[in-house]
Write a protein that binds this ligand. Sequence first.
Ligand SMILES: *Cc1c(COP(=O)(O)O)cnc(C)c1O
Length: 386
Amino acid sequence: MSDPTNPKNRDDQSLAFETLAIHGGQSADAATGAVVPPIYQVSTYKQDGVGGLRGGYEYSRSANPTRTALEAAFAALENGVAGFAFASGLAAEDTLLRALCKPGDHVVIPGDAYGGTYRLFAKVLERWGLDYTPVAQQDLDEVRAAVRDNTRIVWCETPTNPLLNVADITALATVARDADAKLVVDNTFATPALQRPLDLGADIVVHSTTKYLGGHSDVIGGALVTNDATLADELAFHQNAMGAVAGPFDAWLVLRGIKTLAVRMDRHCDNAERIVRMLREHDAVTEVRYPDDDEVARKQMTRYGGMVAFRVAGGEQQALDVCARTRLFTLAESLGGVESLIEHPGRMTHASAAGSPLEVAGDLVRLSVGIENAEDLLADLRAALA
Ligand SMILES: *Cc1c(COP(=O)(O)O)cnc(C)c1O
């Protein structure tokens, strides 16, 4: 009888997301039967004679069994043919950009991209000779107008950080295809639990697994997933040639996090929806940013995630005061963990964007809504806003 836990004997495509999060690409350890992949904390592998590799492993930059298990999970969750695990989200982005572009090429990027992504283009890759144009990615005419003969990538982030703007992935895929460019989607905020860009026409998905995929604020990591075999070969070559891989323990932590991704995202969404309802009615709040009221988001997301941004009446000092007064919402950068976080983008995550087109308003507060009890979270925010 064929072993149903062996991914080769299973049609993962027929499994629901909650099941894939636990079993996608996974099988019991071949050597011991361990039901989860062990941490193969090892750099090199004994060869049975020159070139005689056992199980295909020779050196852990090229491949490591714990990382292989994580990469199979990435591919299963995003419905791709291959996944790749990196030391950070930015390491994944850097590897992707060098794999697909060369000096003299051009990339269209969101005007409100994640600050670190913007800095990678503006302060690192521009010096290498990669040109870029920031656009409002909601405006398809502006995206189309920014495309040039040498455009290799249309880069999309949706929803965006920190304003939760939504871009139409299917429409951008058409723009990219018409330009003979690739569509890259940073799916960090939505996660594959809520949005699957490859199914909507994207060529490559990027993640900071530091956030929801890891989910416990205890690891830095990144991922790339593609459904194109040729691109997969390019990415595999560059992952090994550039070497910014995830270590075995970090890979194991992200894999462990992914097992609960579906249930965590359900609770992140439940809690965020409750908080959004409260904030929208609060006198001290002038605007709430959450994509549940966006037509495109309704079309391409199943729910709208755990990230919420809002503007505080009065201005920057009032926003800073709210950040200082919460007790359950911890004042910290990053997002996507089980614990609720609060931050002031203008002074913290997006401080490097000051004076650039990405500068954010001083009265803006960003929440990463965790999976604590909703009533406790509401009480904490109400007290801070009082
Ligand atoms: C955090 C983040 C990144 C960068 O990932 P690191 O793991 O911090 O390198 C990229 N994109 C988005 C949307 C992020 O939130």
